[in-house]
Design a protein around this ligand. Sequence first.
Ligand code: HEM
Length: 368
Amino acid sequence: MSAVSQIELPDGRSVWMVTKYALAKKVLSDTTLSNDTSRMGEKAPLAALPASVREVMAKDMLNTDPPKHTRLRQLVAQNFTVRSVQEMRPLANEIADRLLSKVDTSTEVDLVPEYAQPLPTLVLGALIGIPEEDCADVQYWSDTFVSELLLISDKLQASAEWLSQYATELVRRKRLAPGDDLLSRLIAAELDDDELSSMVFVLLIAGQTAASQLIAKAAHLLLTHPDQLAAVRADESLLPGMVDEALRFESPLDVTAFRMTTEPFELDGVTIPVGEIVICSMPAINRDPDRFPDPDTFDIRRMDNAHLSFGFGIHRCLGANLARVETEAAVSALLRRQSSSAITVREDGVRWQPGGIMHLLTSLPVRF
Ligand code: HEM
């Protein structure tokens, strides 16, 4: 396959796919490429969604260009710095321990629904100010939305509508009864209601499924690589490197970018015309042998592991530090819970589900 080629997405749209690391970095950092979905018309990744939902999404940071993007991102960026997120580590540890204490370890446990899925939602919920009793619904609908993206489905429409209505309702409730949370602080920072709903919407869809998939995939990788598991058990300072290697080896997202060319775009000898969508293949770029030696080996001690799973450039993942802390907390609690040799995966019960932008690990049955 050529490093830049036209492919057809499951929803029938034709896009340009990039499969080499150096070219992907160029796509993600070139400011002539646009994220502004309101300019993309039928080419927009979400063109099939109801107009009301598209309007909410068109105002979020992921779907805008500077200067709008810069302003929106700056409003929340300080909540996602390494230092701010470190303050959430005790909460992430506490939630991980709480979830594990609830599972019945005398029988088989599916770590995806019991552990990996609720954990990031509960952490994000505490940050944004989502009542705990709403978290299961929020998680269900955002998982549905993300897993159905790029597929033409009623479920995608239903989830988008539920999430955008929930975001609007949460803003309304916080205006009436502010708390000590991110959304209440944003209300005080004078965003209008549409901008607030868009901010909540983008955090809900970006902050859960990818993070829970990282936890599930990291646990699966460790439990199926006993030497790496033993190493991290013996020395927990290897945890951050393990998280990065899990991100590189099994990127939660299969594709990213969805940038539109605003002028003819030269890439590896190919000229992509104006108005075309460019995407990057995560598995290909993160296992590009020209960038990563021995790319198909899962090695938690890998040096120089600058994978692109969190993207690159001005839209680089806002929640990267948070996702790292959540995954470190999740794996560390598992390691504390039982001796590693006592946790075994029932491989014939492991289930994967293809999605539009992710291949999802949906079931990870283990015995303690
Ligand atoms: C953007 C991946 C977790 C919030 C992105 C992008 C990627 C990504 C690849 C860039 C998209 C682009 O360039 O078009 C991931 C992965 C995660 C994760 C793999 C988990 C392992 C989170 C979390 C949050 C979050 C936990 C929030 C709590 C965002 C936001 C953006 C973003 C708001 C848009 C940033 C911008 O446009 O400036 N993410 N993400 N993500 N992510 Fe994440």
